[in-house]
Design a protein around this ligand. Structure first.
Ligand code: PMP
Length: 442
């Protein structure tokens, strides 16, 4: 199968008919950027219902870590489905859930014992982390970052500060949540060089929020994405994460890292926080953990998991089929795919950086491993955001057979399955180059 191969106008006739049916019965709150109707997918190749084949650099929003329908993951799912499909790990025991707890403990980014709470989504992983932090500290206040995305359930939404449309009309949200500025090195307000960076962006948290607004001894947790995902693939420098750990430790505030998007091998380490050496207290995990089966995890230092039976649970959380898929996913990540993400990520990054010589609209290329953002600007001096151009480039890439997504206002994200090959990375760069050319009118 040639990847990509576009055979019909887009959307093709079958896709167009399905999209019309969708409009009649599916919630209009979903954000479909372009008209892709999937028929089947394998590895990094996605075939739509009209037989058009796309190269996937979106991975179902950074989810399909092992590629679409990896045979080992499929086998694990089928085997478990044939044994039993559900029992509720909250009320009964079963080995796949226990084994997954052990596997996660073996890869946790903090030393000592850890324990897992299982839910079904990123939002639930964050929700559980919020509840655990409050319970364990006996404090209620939470601090998160502007631009951050943590989910859409009302608790996690209270931390989300990504787009106003996500919050508008749903308030009042949780009281006792403060938002502070995140690191944005491309737009650094003090123009720090990477070596001279003192994470000045955290001055607001340390010297204003914790001084004028809330007493540190009332703060349960600071929740942070080591790389802001929906916010535009903004990589927090190590100094930022280290300073955040210092501030939180000083006041007995828990550090919760939301690794829903940046975790599970995507950056070349199991968790993005590991690039910094900072040890968190709680990690929220979802997306890539089970190759697309619904699973969310709140992974915490064992001593924090002091809540009693009944304090928190979920009927479906830790579903045995999802656990089986996660066990296979973690094995593949450790044996091959984390290393692949680092190696192929470096190649994709180099290819995208090289495109900046040709396309003035590229302002910044950043990321780690196979989590790469390309920020588009109208002018490299003013850094005016190229918002319409970004949307047009994502669409032009789709028409040429490359699936990519926007992130933030004016950034394109590349978050392919971690099985991406070097050839596929080169193809992605070539099509992205052409798509940029389409939009610049070359
Ligand atoms: N946290 C982060 C960092 C995310 O990127 C997302 C999803 N984009 C979530 C939480 C919420 O995950 P879900 O959509 O599975 O609830």
């Amino acid at each position: 199968m040639a990847v990509p191969e576009i055979r019909t106008p887009l959307p093709g006739p079958k896709a167009a008919a399905l999209i019309a049916r969708d409009a009649a019965v599916i919630s209009p709150s979903y954000t479909r950027g372009y008209p892709l109707v999937v028929g089947q997918a394998r590895g990094c190749a996605v075939e739509d219902v009209d037989g058009n084949v796309f190269l996937d650099c979106a991975a179902g929003i950074a989810v399909n870590a092992t590629g679409h329908s990896h045979p080992d993951v499929v086998r694990a799912i089928v085997d478990q489905a044939a044994k039993f499909q559900h029992m509720s790990g909250t009320d009964f025991y079963y080995e796949p859930q226990i084994r997954l707890g052990e596997a996660l403990a073996a890869v946790a980014p903090m030393p000592g014992g850890v324990k897992s709470f299982f839910g079904n989504s990123g939002s639930e992983a964050v929700e559980a982390s919020i509840k655990l932090a409050r319970y364990a500290t006996g404090r209620s206040h939470l601090i998160a970052f502007l631009g951050g995305f943590h989910g859409r359930t009302l608790g996690s939404l209270s931390l989300t500060a990504s787009k106003t449309v996500q919050r508008r009309g749903f308030g009042p949200l949780l009281p006792g949540v403060s938002h502070v500025p995140f690191a944005n090195c491309y737009r650094c307000p003090v123009n720090a060089t990477p070596d001279a960076c003192g994470a000045e962006c955290l001055d607001v948290l340390e010297h204003e929020t914790l001084v004028h607004l809330v007493s540190p001894d009332e703060v349960a947790a600071v929740v942070v994405e080591p790389i802001q995902g929906e916010g535009g693939y903004l990589v927090a420098p190590n100094q930022f994460l280290a300073r955040l750990r210092d501030i939180t430790s000083q006041h007995g505030i828990l550090l919760v890292v939301d690794e829903v998007q940046s975790g599970m091998g995507r950056t070349g380490q199991m968790f993005a926080i590991q690039h910094s050496g900072v040890e968190p207290d709680i990690v929220a995990i979802a997306k890539g953990v089970a190759s697309g089966m619904p699973l969310g995890v709140s992974l915490a230092r064992a001593e924090l998991m002091s809540w009693p039976p009944g304090a928190h649970a979920s009927t479906f959380g830790g579903n045995p089929i999802a656990c089986a898929a996660a066990l296979e996913t973690i094995r593949l990540l450790r044996e091959q795919l984390m290393a692949n993400a680092e190696r192929v990520g470096a190649r994709l990054m180099a290819g995208l950086v090289a495109l900046a010589d040709k396309h003035a609209v590229i302002g910044d290329v950043r990321g780690r491993g196979l989590m790469i953002g390309v920020e588009l600007v109208r002018d490299r001096q003013t850094k005016a955001r190229a918002i319409e151009e970004r949307n047009a480039v994502v669409n032009a890439a789709f028409r040429r057979g490359l699936l990519i997504l926007g992130a933030g206002k004016n950034t394109v994200r590349f978050c392919p399955p971690l099985v991406l090959t070097e050839d596929e990375a080169d193809t992605a760069v070539r099509i992205f180059d052409e798509a940029l050319g389409d939009v610049a009118g070359h």
